[in-house]
Structure formats: C-alpha cells, structure tokens
Design a protein around this ligand. Sequence first.
Ligand SMILES: Nc1ncnc2c1ncn2[C@@H]1O[C@H](COP(=O)(O)OP(=O)(O)OP(=O)(O)O)[C@@H](O)[C@H]1O
Ligand SMILES: [Mg+2]
Length: 363
Amino acid sequence: MYSEIIKIIEGGLKKDTKKVFGYAKMLAEKLKKDGEAKLAETILAIIGKGYASTVTMDQLLTTPVDHESRLDIADVFVPGNENEEIILTKPVEQKVFDFVNTIKHKKELRGYGLTTPSTLLLYGLPGGGKTSIAKKISIETGLPLVIARFDAIVSSLLGNTAKNIRKIFEFADQKPCILFLDEFDAIAKARDDQYELGELKRVINSLLQNMDQFSQENILIAATNHQELLDRAIWRRFNTVIEVAYPGENEIKALLYSFTETYKTKIFNDPKQLEAVVKLLQGKSPSDIKNIVHNAIAYSVINNKKFLEYIDLLNGIYQFDHHGAISMEELTNFLNQHGITQSEIAERYEISIRQVRNFLNKQ
Ligand SMILES: Nc1ncnc2c1ncn2[C@@H]1O[C@H](COP(=O)(O)OP(=O)(O)OP(=O)(O)O)[C@@H](O)[C@H]1O
Ligand SMILES: [Mg+2]
C-alpha cells in the first residue's frame, strides 16, 4: 500500500502543489526500491523541473499519523510572507517580542552560559489569538511550526497516546522548528475519560520527559483555553507564560482599523459612533469582532453601499449577540437607542415609518 497516493490526491484536491510534488517524489523513490524503476522514472519525468524549484527540504514532510484513526496528528506551517496583523495589548506584545529575541540570540546567549530553554505557554479564552501568536513567532524567526493536534494525539486506544506523543517529538526533532502543542489541555481532559489513573500518569510522564529533552535544543510552545486543568509539573516546564486576555478599548479600536483596512468606513470620523461601537464590542474576542465586522462589510458590498456604515455594524453586533434570532421590535429599539433615526431604520429594513414608531412605542 502506497500511502503517498492518498496524500497526492489530497494535495491535488486542495490545489497544494508542494504537497503533490513532495509526495510524488517520495512515491517514486519507494517504487524504485520495490523494483518499479520504469514507473518511478515516469513519475519523476512528470514532476520534472517543477519539483526542484517548488519543494525545499522543509516542505518535504510526511507528518505522523495516528494508527487507529489514520488522522494526521500534526500539521506543518511553513512561514512565508503572510502578513496578518495581530493586535495585542502592550505587555503581551512585549513578552512575545522578548521571546522571539531569545530565539534569535540563542547562540549568543549560550556563549555567556545562559542555556534557559525557550518554552512558552499561551493561555486565555477562545479566539484571543493564541494560535495566531504561535504563527507570528514562526514568521518572525523563520522557523517552521509543527502544530501537534492534541485532540488527535489523545487516541481512544489505550497505549496509542504515548506512542503518538513519541512520534510527534521524534518528527519535530528531525529539523530546526518550533513545536506547537495546540489544545494542550486535551491531555489533562483524558483524566475524565477512559484512562486508568496509572495509564494516564505514564502518558503524562512520557510527555514531560519528551518536553524536557526536546526543549534543551528546540523551541516549544503550548496553548490552552483551560489552564486550570494543567498541573504544576506542567506549568513548571514553561519559562515564559502569557495570558492572552480579551482586548481593551484601545485594542478594539486597533482591531476595527485592521479589519476595515480594505474597505472605506466613516465610523472613525464620528467619535460618538466609534465610542458606542467600541463599548458594544467589549468582552468579545478578536475573532468574534472580525466576524462581526466582516459580515457588516459583506452586507455593504452586496448592497452596493460605498462605505461601511454605523447602522450595519450595530446590526451585526445585535445579530451576533442574539445568534441571528432577531426580534424586529427589539432590534429597532436597540438601533434607536444608539442614535439611528426612525427613517434610517425604515429604509434599512424596508418597513414603514409607522411600523418603526409602533415598535418604539411598545417598549
Ligand atoms: N489579537 C488578534 N488580532 C487580530 N486578529 C485576531 C487576534 N486574535 C484572533 N484574531 C483573529 O481570529 C482568528 C482566530 O484566532 P486564533 O485561532 O489565533 O485564536 P485562539 O486563541 O488560538 O483560539 P482557540 O482558543 O479557539 O484556539 C485568527 O485567525 C485571527 O484572524
Ligand atoms: Mg487556537
């Protein structure tokens, strides 16, 4: 069975030429070993020159797979020139910057006998930017990010989890990279599931041992939404810990700028409107804010408006907070309370002014 064929099909469907080239090359090598020299040559001829130019060593990766589920237990993010801006509070930004610097100056620091490992734990509510920070660190250091998927690693088959953990660390050990243990709490959650306590202890111990060995030479980042599930033995392994909190007023403004960069909006010219939107967005994650803003822009584009308008942002916020289950009466009152006139409401929702007044009088 040539598992490369599956990878080539996957690559083709995802239009991932690097993957197709990489696995086609591996398939050719295997076929050659198995005495199918002619077929191997045909494959190499097809991928021809494209191969040399598009695939670098780092991209030639066979990521490990969980034997039972056949799921990939790691993804590899190869930093390119992505330029997604992430907005962080000043202290978080500073800590990330410091961490990147210790990686960049590792050799120099060693020269002074400073051998502190580069281990980082990111924790905080969902959608706050933990995964994005790991990618940013990968981009800034130029090191590929091996993203270990802990949900897939914690296999339902007893004994497989320890094997999967070993596989991941062996894989990441092959070349300079950053190992990113995402959804790290999955390992601790296993406690409630099918594991016997003894088995779980063994798994966690093997994880800790692997982490210790790995982090002597390499960079390790872990992320979790459930920091309360991690025990002290795990916390101790990380010499930088960052809480990725939800954005405050300044960050929300910066996020609004960033998410509307490709589309005109007048909201920044009106301090009162801006203030109202910022207030309404407090307590939401950057990921939610992005969704709200992008939905509002989409509405604006589809309806041939030239600008992203205040009313559409308010509409998006209301819809988000009510999961789309909207009551026209409530929405009308919400908009009106935030300074939208009766005629603007009537026009936006194609209802009569009388209807708008009715809604407003009811409450
Ligand atoms: N601080 C931020 N600045 C700009 N965009 C952000 C920020 N945080 C999140 N986003 C946007 O939200 C998306 C999801 O964020 P991300 O996956 O990094 O969050 P997370 O903290 O890893 O969430 P989870 O806990 O669910 O894994 C990102 O792709 C990005 O577009
Ligand atoms: Mg994440």
